[in-house]
Write a protein that binds this ligand. Sequence first.
Ligand code: ZN
Length: 498
Amino acid sequence: MQDSMTKLKAMLGRIADLNGAAAVLEWDQETYMPPGGTEARAFQIGTLRELGHEFFIRDSVGELLDQLSPEDFGPGSSDAALLRVTRRDYDRARKIPARLVADMARATAFAKDGWKKARDTNTYAHFAPHLQTVIDLNVEKAEAVGYDACVYDALLDEYEPGMKTATVAEVFANLRDELVPFVREVVGRPQPDTSVLHRFFADDRQWDFGLSVIRDFGYDFEHGRQDRSAHPFTTTFALSDVRITTRVDEHFLNPALFGTLHEAGHGMYEQGIATALDRTPLASGTSLGMHESQSRLWENLVGRSLPFWEHYYPSLQRTFPEALGDTTLDAFYRATNAVAPSLIRVEADEVTYNLHIMLRFELEQALVDRTLSVDDLPTAWNEKTEAYFGLRPASDTEGVLQDIHWSLGALGYFPTYALGNLMSAQFFNSAVDTVPDLENQIARGEFGPLLAWLRENVHKYGRMKTATEILESATGRGLEAESWVGYVREKFGALYGL
Ligand code: ZN
């Protein structure tokens, strides 16, 4: 038995090496690679990823899994978890035919071009046939891997293992009932002046300020670094090397500032996974929603809070005396927390963001259930936007064509953003309950105890536990909307005098 386990771990270790090497190449492509390197790089990454996949779906891996049972290892042990998770990944990978993988790769290559063309010319018809293909292939994939209640379960499961559509739908329904009227109340109140955020902020100073904050957070520069890329991301080569990227706009403070805090949250999650899990499938965040809960916790619950700015605003003012010298802490705090319904998801504030996700979640389900046709999608999109935000897109480019996800073949991905928001408040509340003096610590720029709490209750497990298991053991409850709604009502109720 021990012999089979050793063999299995050796195989999984080699696969982790291949994937880690591919991640280095992907990171380089987004950060330093000259434009002429694109074609060669596509081959190199493709070869490494394909080898990793081939190694993993071999019969010999299945035979080793058959020889081993999680019950033979201590309950709660990392070896038992490794067998459970590897079995899940293996069965899923083996059930999806190679032909379907190839079809999806080809379809999304075309879909991305179609989406760009549709967006640039504001002509949905350029994207519609590609979207139909992406939906058909996703339904085929769902049928191949199987599901309990509905097709969407299988799609969601890829990004949020174990989560059910019915659970998300119920939690979102509660959220919607609270959020839609609350947003309407906020909109009726006077809005803060946000122009201060659009003054001039020198690139190098923004860069250094962001780094100084995440160093205080506890992002580990011995085991990570930050570089620049057009779209910020976090990537893990190994648990000992977790990279983040950011982008800087000299005429808008938010992207680099809050983007850096956000990616550091992702990075600290991966840096906090128990090192014994490295080079195994357990060495990553347990779900996209859980990942997003960590990034949003640091970005929003910490980084947009009043205690945080009580500590950091004086130094931000010293860093940008020309831009911020005449702006008070109160005015700055209000500007960074302005709530305004908008058409574009990626520009949405903390409060209205989840509405963008609910809209996509509902439409995606209708598309894969075939109760909504691709042709009728733009109209459905615009109607829902009007119902949730009181706004109507003037064009499909600022409506149904705004996100890249569907063109990449990703259906079932969007809900994880909102799940992350909800979980972030659940975790933060539990941390406040168990870490004495937490909010005063934040007001002093001390984050060690908060990070230690997250490491102990969330990070260290990697994929050993599902998101729901981690939530339940850390907070005593499953996924719920109440914590986040309570947080939003308290914070934004005070800001908007409600
Ligand atoms: Zn994120």
